[in-house]
Design a protein around this ligand. Sequence first.
Ligand code: PLP
Length: 396
Amino acid sequence: MISDKMTGLVQNSSVIRAMFEEGKKLASIYGPENVFDFSLGNPSVEPPQAVKDAVMDIINKESANFVHGYMNNSGYEDVRAAIAASINKKFNTAFGEENIVMTVGAAGGLNVILKALLNPGDEVITFAPFFGEYRNYVSNFDGKLMIVSPNTATFQPNLVEFEKKITDRTKAVIINTPNNPTGVVYSEDTITALAHILNKKQAEFKTSIYLISDEPYRELVYDGVEVPYLTKYYKNTIVGYSYSKSLSLPGERIGYLVIPKEADAFEDIIGAVNVANRILGFVNAPSLIQRVVAKCLDSEVDISVYNRNRELLYNSLVQYGYTCVKPEGAFYLFIKALKEDDIAFCAAAKKHNILIVPGTSFGCPGYCRIAYCVDYKTIEGSLGGFKKLAEEYSAK
Ligand code: PLP
């Protein structure tokens, strides 16, 4: 028998698994070119050539021990130093290798930092809509995820409710900007106000509240929008970064945490994160790809491809009568479902061979996520179906 906790988790994951199976079934009936699968955030843009060159170069030129051996649980020192220098150059910060811990993607980084911070019953606040896996990551360490309800006018965080939700058990706050599922970038005003509230509440409760900035989409922004670097606004910030989207390497499982020395209990956190990486069974982030990303710190994927998708999909959907805040980053559109029940609306979309994810999965019922990291022709092919779907509801 599996554990009671896992029984519940397996049941709850079945919605997305079912959608995946459904996509495969539809493709076998109608042909893959007639199925428009917008359900997964899997990058459609190739990794930069520099990644391929670095892989070949390292494999061919370096010794096995340099590339494939065990290392410090926090990752190779020279890789961490190179990443710190690159962050400093971009954001005018002053990090060193001692502030960087290599992780198994953003998911690994979040689990490691939450393991390091949480006592059972500690509260972690996040803003709806949010990446649904936060529920699992927090429950892995017996924390309580406290959800601030969505501000659907702009999808900037609802700070009034946030302030009321902070208690003496609040250990951390997770934010994600550019956001999955809305694509919204939290403005500098929002970040400044959020930092102000956190400082006030830390003083009131005499606690440390860590702001965990989950940043897999930092580089995916359009129209020259700037994403504020959070450590500059609040000293108890921990950044979780990932190369899954910025270099289109999600299967390689590589990212890092930034832990500033100004953060409360810095030395303890670094020690705890190092041990957490080991005892969660990661041991260390994958070695070859650590070496690869260190050689690709100035490389980027071609985000003009996503931008072209964004423009076509957003402009078309708005024209058909859908409501959506225009995303400034990531590769998602978050549309208002044309009926209250978002799960039923996604089922109606499936009748047009369009697969999209109910907002309920992101703590925001009444909305649906469209992942536009797909071929342009998938978007073109789907537009007729989206139009008919809108017409079905406007006729009601
Ligand atoms: N956080 C957010 C908001 C995400 O959207 C994702 C993946 O889609 C992750 C974390 C996990 O990323 P990684 O592949 O780096 O573990």
